[in-house]
Design a protein around this ligand. Sequence first.
Ligand code: SF4
Ligand code: SF4
Length: 325
Amino acid sequence: MLKIGYLVSGGIITNYKCSSKCKHCCYSSSPQWPDDYMTPSMADEIFSTLRRLSCRSVHIGGGEPLLKPDKILPVLEAASRNGVGIEYIETNASWYRDETSADAVLKDLKKYGVHTLLISIDPYHNEYIPFWKVKALMAACSRVGMGVFPWLMDFWSDIDAMDDSRPHSLDEYARLFGQNYLARLSKRYGLNLKGRALKTYKSMMKKQSFEQVLEKSRPCRLLSGVYHFHVDLYGNFVPQSCPGLSIPLSELAKGADPARYRVFYTLETAGVKGLAELAMKEYGFNPQAEYAGECDLCYDIRNYLVLERGLNLPDLKPEGHYRYV
Ligand code: SF4
Ligand code: SF4
């Protein structure tokens, strides 16, 4: 059985839809996603299960969780009702319009037990969000007594070297800071190269033959990330570092049948080598000659199963992860 006995701390994805389409986004969020938000009843189900699994606090992320601030308040209520604390909410600041409306949103969040916002600060976000919004949101937090977790201050001076009244493309950054800026950025940020981040950086990564990738393959241990798992608005457990793979949290808590979640189970126990063998044998997958590592092969197989074959596999959800990359 695929089973989780306890979880320590992770994140809740209240929506995948986002105002931005950042090149480093491992969740492949974007404005193209359906306008779906976590419902109060789903939030209750998730938080009560988390509490049973000994998880006492989570952060909230997305997508942009504050895209529609009124959608998040019932989720926060459900967390409190079930005794799960909110460590912080991640936000890209795109929703900031003016002092009055921002202060009202922040005061509401405080009433519902949120005391810190993680505010994204990096050139990837600055392709979509002018820096004045980030600065104005930080000022609003200071006015109403909301804590700020700036992620990451290391990039402040790079972004502040640009005109803060409008967004700036990464090409502009490369012109100012050097042509290898995009490559250096990934290392400075410590990117998780999955989803759209993998798509952005794939061409810069060292290639290996299909056979070499298989030789290096190890079980992916998707269930071992008890400190940084995510649960999304559809109730799916999303393993640490590997979005686009999922099993309903409620099933995992009881024990999920490996035969129903074959992709997940195969990656968990036999790694991408096992998945490649399964995909070639049962689904007619044809590998390419070269890949930029195990995760590139894994995505090639998963894209094939979801997008080319159109298979409705329960462990390759949400489909938007593949469609909106
Ligand atoms: S990184 Fe954040 S702001 Fe950017 S697309 Fe992803 S969820 Fe949206
Ligand atoms: S091979 Fe697939 S499951 Fe394993 S770490 Fe990479 S993306 Fe995740």
